[in-house]
Design a binder for this molecule. Structure first.
Ligand code: UFG
Length: 338
């Protein structure tokens, strides 16, 4: 009996694989390595370089490992890119997930935890955002994930044995406490790693995408959650799924920080000035996204441990100091070690 983790070589997926393995689970990873890193996959996981859209291959993997549940991370996740390349997002995130779901159907696997997103809410009418807040995405990324939520709901209606939990992530950041895993995107587009890059001389300055939003300091506000807390919510969600479940939970801390506040925190954490420049708004960015995450706490028993922004950024900073070139230098080190 095993769990299949798709996207287990990616930032969040690799942390989740580690989390599950350290809690005694047998884990099979599928990742096409389009954005993930082979070096990020835990050594005790069985790894397949495969695409979730390849139903026949996934079905074989599910059967061969007697997989009982899937945790589905594999996706493209950049809001700005999705506006420029919408087909890429619908093809991979929506159609690719259909391939995975068909493989699960064929192999009789009835449980899935799905990585959804705060981007499904668009520009919400209420703040903080509840699970019942109407979902009206303003970018293809959010739509590509919302379609999957719809598909999963319909599947539950058609199959009494099927059950799912969709976790709507807010802004995931940080790195593993033991320093073994971190965030390594190429190119990097996320604010926290970008705000740390000047301190390791990877970037001259941080461009603030829009300083005329209707927020206190004019910059966008986001709810930053530590990656290990997010993984813990997946473990709890997996344990909670029952046949017929169609459950949705926001995963955030419930506090918003502006782009400027994140940059100030990066300055405190690194002890170095973070040079900034003011730029245009980035298409597809909602002004404010803050979670009401009471439901995950009350119904799953989730208790995020890292709720302080400086601590979250500090955890990312430790990774960047040790891995200025991300997994490229991790791979070199392991080769050096034989
Ligand atoms: N930002 C800048 N400058 C940069 C990078 C980002 O000002 O160089 C701003 C963005 O415009 C945004 C904020 O920092 O206002 C956060 O941007 P990120 O790119 O770090 O994250 P996003 O909020 O765009 O998206 C992230 C995930 C999505 C997820 C979303 C949910 O990448 O997958 O959080 O809130 F949907």
């Amino acid at each position: 009996m095993a769990i299949l983790v798709t996207g287990g070589a990616g930032f969040i997926g690799s942390h989740a694989v580690k989390h599950f393995i350290e809690r005694g689970e047998e884990v099979v990873v599928v990742d096409n390595l389009s954005t993930g890193h082979r070096a990020a996959v835990h050594q005790q996981a069985t790894f397949y370089e495969a695409d979730v859209a390849d139903s026949a291959r996934i079905e074989t993997i599910l059967r061969n490992h007697s997989v009982t549940a899937v945790v589905h991370f594999a996706a493209f996740s950049l809001v700005g890119e999705s506006v420029v390349l919408p087909y890429r997002y619908y093809r991979n995130n929506t159609c690719g997930t259909l391939g995975l779901l068909e493989a699960m159907d064929a192999a009789g696997v009835k449980q899935i935890v799905f990585s959804s997103t705060a981007a499904t809410y668009g520009i919400p009418d209420e703040m903080p955002i509840r699970e019942t807040t109407p979902q009206r995405p303003i970018n293809p990324y959010g739509h590509s994930k919302l379609f999957v939520e719809r598909i999963l709901r319909d599947k539950v209606l058609s199959d009494a044995e099927f059950g799912f939990v969709a976790l709507r992530y807010f802004n995931v950041a940080g790195a593993a406490a033991d320093g073994s895993l971190g965030e390594d995107h190429d190119p990097e587009t996320h604010l926290i790693p970008i705000a740390l890059q000047p301190a390791i001389e990877k970037r001259h300055c941080v461009t603030i995408f829009g300083s005329d939003y209707e927020t206190d300091d004019g910059t966008c506000i986001r709810d930053y959650i530590h990656v290990e807390d997010l993984c813990d919510a997946h473990r709890l969600a997996l344990g909670a799924i029952r046949p017929g479940d169609a459950r949705f939970y926001n995963l955030g801390i419930g506090r918003g920080f502006s782009v400027k506040e994140v940059i100030d925190a990066a300055t405190r954490v690194t002890g170095q000035n973070v040079p900034i420049e003011l730029g245009e708004r980035r298409p597809g960015d909602p002004p404010v996204l803050v979670a009401a995450a009471d439901a995950a706490r009350e119904e799953l028993g989730w208790q995020p441990q890292m709720t302080d922004l400086d601590e979250i950024i500090g955890s990312a900073w430790r990774w960047y100091q040790q891995h200025p070139d991300g997994y490229a230098d991790a791979a070199t080190r392991s080769a050096d070690n034989g």
